[in-house]
Design a protein around this ligand. Structure first.
Ligand code: PRP
Length: 213
């Protein structure tokens, strides 16, 4: 039997995903040691390997088959737009992709003016404004703390993830429009889905039971 390799987006998603895997009998003790600097973890008995990667790299590992299975947020899947199968909504890490800004920016969105949109998610932002709203905007790429942009005058609005809404509220901003709901997803390499059909289908079925109970 060959190893099935999992790429997990490091951080909260990976932790919750491993707790979920534990419930279906898939575990990896080595990974629970929070001080470890190891990058790859093996369960010899089940012939499974796990590694943690930067979220935006997970779809890349899966597309190229370096990982058979990936656990990553829908935001990253949309932004990276890789060739892979999205097979399951894991139902955790729920949040929303939104257009946010000060209340005063609302009318700029309504009358389709030329505005600047700052985001870490330029593809999602572009797709939303160009293909859905048919509004020409200038997209400005940022790498974090995106809420700063409308405060300091870099852009009129932002496209960003909203979970509790606290970051927006504490900075005098709000949700102006909702782009799409987000949550953690399981993705599978297209060749692995055929070659390891039985093992992968079993994992999906077991996870579905956990999700629905
Ligand atoms: C994310 C997102 C928002 C924040 C939303 O940032 O970009 O800034 O969380 O959460 P809230 O609605 O619960 O306040 P993250 O912590 O991932 O860091 P970033 O600033 O680097 O994007």
């Amino acid at each position: 039997m060959r190893y099935l390799t999992f790429a997990l987006a490091k951080g909260r998603l990976a932790k919750t995903a491993m707790e979920m895997f534990k419930k279906i009998g898939i575990q990896c003790e080595e990974m629970e040691d929070e001080k470890t600097r190891k990058l790859i973890f093996v369960n010899e008995e089940l012939k499974l390997r796990f590694f943690l990667a930067k979220a935006s790299d997970v779809p890349t590992y899966v597309e190229y088959g370096a990982a058979d299975i990936g656990i990553v947020g829908k935001d990253t899947i949309l932004e990276e737009d890789r060739k892979l199968y999205e097979v399951l909504d894991l139902g955790f890490g729920k949040c929303k992709m939104c257009v946010c800004g000060p209340e005063s920016a609302r009318e700029l969105l309504n009358n389709h003016g030329m505005i600047r949109v700052a985001s870490k998610y330029t593809k999602i932002a572009k797709d939303y404004f160009y293909n859905k709203k048919h509004q020409t905007v200038e997209i400005i790429k940022l790498n974090g703390s995106v809420e700063l942009a409308p405060i300091v005058g870099l852009s009129e609005v932002i496209v960003d993830i909203v979970e509790t809404g606290t970051t927006l509220k504490e900075n005098g901003l709000g949700v102006l429009e909702e782009v799409c709901p987000l949550s953690a997803r399981m993705v599978v390499n297209q060749v692995s889905m055929k070659m390891e059909d039985e093992r992968i289908r079993k994992i999906i079925a077991d996870l579905k039971e956990v999700i629905n109970n």
